[in-house]
Design a binder for this molecule. Structure first.
Ligand SMILES: Cc1ncc(COP(=O)(O)O)c(C=O)c1O
Length: 346
């Protein structure tokens, strides 16, 4: 029996499993602002190892992890070269500008990454009083707005080499870096090579209720710890939630491939029904599809919602579906069939 609702709005909707809750209830805790929480320490150690970095810092959210990273890399009035579609630029309340005084220089990243050819002209000339000093290049992998596009580690390394050659550091918003790694059949450490800092989320497809980590050099993490405190991210007995993150890293990384397979299955069923589907060149756990017209988009979404299939619009005439830990293969197939039927009946 397929259970409803089938929530495909986002991979952030996952709920902690019974086993994850058990790990949380048994967590050893201490005051993490004093550096005394053994579970947070274990989580940070595990994340740093998985990402191939010296150290890691537990933060409350992806947004906080990105902000703290940017504040650590840049001073007030510095600039960052960043993709026009980046989550940091579009969906984090403009915190880099309003809280950090950091000026964004947007470049095209519709395919998931900026093109090398666009980067040289984006670097401001610091000898000219009209311009800001660029300190940082920001990348996102997987890239949410580019359809969950996974970018190859050779490509992100080449961009990092370019940045380092011009005296810029590189931050990766790796909210879904484990999805990117799964798409290339490799590990997160390879995906993080060449990056000076990487933000990873535990609360997306990995199924933890909250939390992210910044992974970087020991020196960077010590400086980031000061910024985390200033933005209110110093937590006390955080081991309770860190235990969920540890559980997620230990149990929910290897299964991300299933989410990708489920997204591909949904895409295939929709395509078969004559629906226009756009998936990324290297897809992961997201599928975008079009309504017959912008006028019919709300009717389609509501009809599906009435049948227990939940998803959001990504544009006036398009939708995004995201597969995750709490959507089984059977549910993915059922959801796609419901969407195809309702599309056909409009
Ligand atoms: C690519 C990307 N980066 C960062 C974030 C921010 O994460 P949070 O919602 O934990 O602040 C998200 C959230 O969906 C995201 O998709």
């Amino acid at each position: 029996m397929v259970s409803f609702p089938i929530d495909l709005k986002s991979d952030t909707v996952t709920k902690p499993s019974a086993a994850m809750r058990k790990a949380m209830s048994e967590a050893e805790v201490g005051d993490d602002v004093y550096g005394e929480d053994p579970t947070v320490a274990r989580l940070e150690h595990t994340a740093a190892e998985l990402l191939g970095k010296e150290a890691a810092l537990y933060v409350t959210s992806g947004t906080q992890g990105n902000l703290v990273s940017l504040l650590t890399h840049c001073g007030h009035g510095d600039s960052v070269i960043i993709g026009r579609g980046a989550h940091i630029l579009n969906f984090e309340g403009g915190g880099l500008c309003s809280l950090g005084g950091i000026f964004p220089i947007p470049v095209d990243d519709a395919s998931g990454l900026p093109a090398l050819a666009d980067l040289d002209p984006a670097v401001p000339d610091v000898t000219n009083v009209h311009f800001t000093r660029a300190r940082l290049l920001c990348l996102e992998n997987t890239h949410n707005r580019a359809g969950g596009q996974a970018s190859a580690p050779e490509k992100t390394r080449a961009l990092a080499d370019w940045a380092h050659g011009r005296g810029l550091a590189v931050h990766m918003d790796g909210a879904r870096i484990f999805n990117a790694a799964a798409a290339f059949g490799t590990n997160a450490s390879e995906m993080a090579q060449g990056m000076d800092s990487v933000q990873i989320c535990l609360s997306k497809g990995l199924g933890a209720p909250m939390g992210s980590l910044i992974c970087a050099s020991r020196d960077f993490i010590e400086r980031a710890r000061f910024w985390r405190k200033k933005v209110g991210g110093g937590l006390r007995q955080a081991g309770i939630v860190a235990a969920a993150g540890l559980y997620a890293l230990e149990h929910n990384v290897a299964r991300l491939r299933e989410d990708h397979e489920n997204a591909a299955l949904i895409g295939a069923i929709l395509k078969n029904a004559g629906i226009t589907v756009s998936s990324a060149a290297r897809p992961t756990n997201m599928i975008y599809f079009k309504a017959k017209s912008a006028e019919l988009a709300d009717a389609l979404r509501s009809a599906c919602l009435r049948r227990g299939v939940v998803f959001n619009k990504s544009a006036p005439d398009s939708f995004r579906l995201v597969t995750h830990l709490d959507v089984s293969r059977e549910q993915a197939e059922t959801a796609a069939k419901v969407i195809a039927e309702e599309y056909g009946s409009l």
